[in-house]
Design a protein around this ligand. Structure first.
Ligand code: NAI
Length: 302
């Protein structure tokens, strides 16, 4: 039997917590004793407008259930103000879940600079700003848990989502480096690629699927990754409908060419089957490890 996962005395900041996944996370953390900052800009699914309703409603729900929460209505682009709400009200920040998001879907041919920039601002700049503001507190207290939100569109690409794919795969590299830099101060960071029914997916998924893919099936993984005992860090998870899986890079064994006389494109072409053959593949987990065969081809052993 594992111990019950609790967040008593922990201060948890969840962005975009006025609806969908963020709302589910906020209610669940609060129900396990956390003091929650419910951030939500309260705009549309494509990033227009703003309002206090979304965040206020979730704070009321938490309080009605006997929990502790405070609302914040800033855009994640103003991350300092969101973390300030945590510090001013509760004096610390232990957990950040970067979850806020919008979509500006369009084929790449029709995508405007505004579609590209807005997605960058909310997902990439937003996650950066909130994390950057929380980071010194986490390092100082020797404790922090961060979960970033990616997407299958980022991991695999998806028609009409060049902007969103760029932003979401950005969460992967961002998380992995945070995990490396946070390790010695007990700051842990992971990234999830969820699938859930929400206003974001209700326009693309049939209603039965939207109803079946409950946000509540995503939250338990987020809570496990943010728990005090969790040691998993720098990892990517796909999660939805009660299915949870860890993802890693796989690299073919590769071909080390004799470069004493240079390297021609024809030599590359000739070895193509071998270059792309996943038999005996490996799974590097660090940049250093990934360089090993590169340097080996120069006769350098690491
Ligand atoms: P949602 O639209 O229900 O919730 C997103 C929330 O973020 C909204 O309440 C919205 O007001 C808020 N928000 C938007 N821009 C903001 C900003 N600048 N500052 C603060 N809050 C802002 O969508 P959902 O599905 O709950 O999405 C949550 C996260 O999960 C997003 O990052 C999304 O990209 C990601 N995701 C969701 C998937 C799904 O299947 N629902 C699939 C893959 C990723």
């Amino acid at each position: 039997m594992v111990d019950e996962i609790r967040f008593d005395d922990k201060v948890v900041v969840i962005t975009g917590a006025g609806a969908g996944l963020g709302r589910s996370h906020a209610l669940a953390f609060a129900s396990r004793g956390a003091k929650v900052v419910v951030n939500d800009l309260g705009g549309s699914a494509t990033g227009e407008g703003k309002g206090s309703n979304a965040a206020d409603t979730v704070v009321e729900e938490i309080k009605a259930a006997g929990g502790e929460a405070v609302a914040n209505y800033e855009s994640v682009e103003n991350g300092e103000a969101i973390i300030k709400t945590a510090i001013d009200n509760y004096g610390r920040v232990d957990v950040v879940v970067n979850n806020a998001g919008i979509l500006r879907d369009s084929s790449f041919k029709k995508m405007t600079d505004q579609d590209w920039d807005l997605i960058y601002k909310v997902h990439v700049l937003g996650a950066y700003k909130v994390t950057k503001a929380a980071w010194p507190y986490m390092l100082e207290q020797g404790y922090g848990r961060i979960v970033n939100t990616a997407s299958a569109a980022g991991l695999y690409g998806n028609f009409g989502q060049a902007n969103y794919s760029m932003a979401k795969i950005g969460m992967v590299g961002f998380t992995q480096t945070l995990a490396i830099e946070g390790a010695k101060n007990n700051v842990i960071a992971n990234v999830i690629a969820p699938v859930a029914g929400s206003r974001m997916t209700e326009t693309i998924l049939p209603p039965e699927l939207v109803a079946a893919l409950k946000p509540e099936y995503i939250t338990p993984l987020v809570m496990k990754l943010c728990s005090e005992k969790n040691e998993e860090t720098g990892s990517i998870f796909e999660v939805g409908a009660g299915w949870i899986s860890k993802l890693r890079w796989e690299r073919t064994k590769g071909v080390g060419f004799d470069i004493s006389n240079g390297l021609s494109p024809e030599a590359v072409e000739e070895s193509w089957d071998q270059i792309t053959d996943f038999e005996n593949a490996d799974h590097p987990t660090t940049a250093q490890e990934s360089f090993v065969p590169v340097l080996a081809n120069l006769g350098i052993k690491m």
